[in-house]
Design a protein around this ligand. Structure first.
Ligand SMILES: Cc1cc2nc3c(=O)[nH]c(=O)nc-3n(C[C@H](O)[C@H](O)[C@H](O)COP(=O)(O)OP(=O)(O)OC[C@H]3O[C@@H](n4cnc5c(N)ncnc54)[C@H](O)[C@@H]3O)c2cc1C
Length: 394
């Protein structure tokens, strides 16, 4: 299987596919095409140490620059792929050039979900997904004092923590009744609400947004309560949407994500996909899932590389995730939705505890706060229970 492999998207998953192919002794050509000007880099520090100015661009790189040469990976930066001609097995680039492929891997990630409200296009309304976005935020924030963050998910809350440390007045507005509602229990949400409020963040829950106001430059956020918050910078952090249009336009099956099987193969047997842009059926959870995590990007990319190398794989991971806010590390093992009971251990007042989620008496997920040991144990125990067929039906 030494045909010509082209990877679209040079992020966490794309870079991992290329590396794993070489580690698996694939000797054919590998082209890794990315629309950003940077070598493949990790995104988690963007809303943490990179925004805080504690690491530079070099510190984000997944592999040193020489890696791509020594591994004979043809890395093509700054280049957007605009079109896939599956019949001709050819892709088209934004500059009009074309590249032929034997097999194609889509690792196109996600984009920040836009806010479709009046005033969303005002200057000073930003989102965060890439290095360029953080550079823009850092440029803007320097001489501004009032930051409003829309969305109390992990990115919104991480940015709130960093901006507070930079001396900004920060308000986080969330439509739901608690932060990170999609992923954690009320107990964990309450802990983080308290944490942010204790650090001087104004956290408005159960609060909708009517409009962003300003004259060219944003100056306020009009709330559903009728009040208007002063704002000279607004971060929209309301989630991400998969970059699946390229696949959909080429007639590859998508459904809020590029549909792949356990081998990472799409509805076209010559086209594979990995990372945030995919959706796959999980036997573990009895439903289709789309994950946005480093764990999934790396592990699914490895699975795709194995498939490309001709091995049998059936990717169905135990998901895990982390978020850093102030000096608190939240680590999540498993998916907790559908739980019917929880057990809490450790000490919430000492900022070191865990919440274990049970379903029909079986452990399905654990959130650990400053407790890496319970996180690692949870991954092992849930993984073993799954392997031994001891998990409840989803
Ligand atoms: C601010 C932030 C903080 C995060 N923090 C955490 C964390 O703490 N823990 C965690 O587990 N996960 C975290 N994540 C999520 C994690 O970074 C992603 O799950 C991971 O990067 C997904 O990798 P990927 O390769 O699928 O996509 P990406 O890393 O997004 O890479 C996709 C690449 O494809 C490129 N691309 C898209 N379309 C095209 C095209 N047509 N042509 C060429 N190139 C294209 C994109 O520009 C991008 O560079 C965070 C993400 C963000 C944005």
């Amino acid at each position: 299987m030494q045909d010509n492999i082209v990877i679209i998207g040079a992020g966490q998953a794309g870079a991992q596919v290329a590396q794993s192919l070489r580690q698996g002794d694939y000797k054919g050509p590998i082209r890794l095409i990315g629309e950003e000007p940077h070598l493949p880099y990790q995104r988690p520090p963007l809303s943490k140490k990179y925004l805080a100015g504690e690491v530079g661009t070099e510190g984000l790189l997944l592999r040193p620059p020489a890696f791509y040469d020594t591994q004979d990976i043809d890395f093509i930066p700054d280049t957007q792929v605009t079109d896939i001609d599956r019949a001709a097995k050819r892709i088209r680039l934004a500059n009009g050039d074309t590249i032929d492929y034997g097999r194609l891997v889509l690792a196109t990630g996600t984009k920040a979900r836009p806010l479709s409200l009046p005033g969303s296009d005002l200057k000073g309304v930003l989102s965060l997904r890439a290095i360029a976005d953080v550079n823009a935020i850092r440029d803007e924030i320097a001489d501004k004092s009032e930051l409003v963050i829309i969305g109390a998910g992990y990115i919104g809350l991480e940015v709130a923590a960093v901006a507070k440390a930079l001396g900004k007045n920060v308000t986080v507005v969330e439509a739901q009744d608690r932060p990170m509602k999609r992923v954690v229990s009320p107990q964990v949400s309450d802990f983080f609400s308290q944490l942010h409020r204790n650090n001087g963040i104004q956290l408005l829950l159960d609060t909708g947004i009517e409009a962003l106001v300003g004259n060219g430059q944003v100056s306020g956020v009009k709330l559903s309560t009728g009040a208007t918050l002063p704002a000279d910078l607004v971060l929209v952090a309301v989630g991400a949407a998969p970059n699946d249009e390229l696949a959909a336009d080429a007639g590859i099956e998508t459904d809020n994500g590029i549909l792949v099987d356990g081998a990472g193969q799409t509805s076209d047997p010559s086209v594979y996909a990995a990372g945030d842009c995919t959706r796959f059926y999980s036997n573990r959870y009895g439903r289709s899932v789309r994950m946005e995590s480093v764990q999934n990007a790396i592990d699914q990319a490895k699975a795709v590389a194995e498939s490309l190398l001709g091995q049998d794989v059936d990717y169905d991971p135990l998901p895990w995730f982390w978020s850093d806010q102030y000096d608190i590390k939240l680590q999540i093992a498993g998916l907790s939705d559908g739980y019917d009971d929880t057990i809490t251990g450790g000490s919430i007042s000492d900022n070191k505890f865990y919440v274990a989620y049970l379903k029909d008496g079986h452990l399905i997920a654990v959130d650990s706060v400053n407790s890496p040991r319970s996180h690692m144990m949870a991954r092992r125990v849930i993984g073993e229970a799954w392997r031994d067929g001891l998990l409840p039906d989803a």
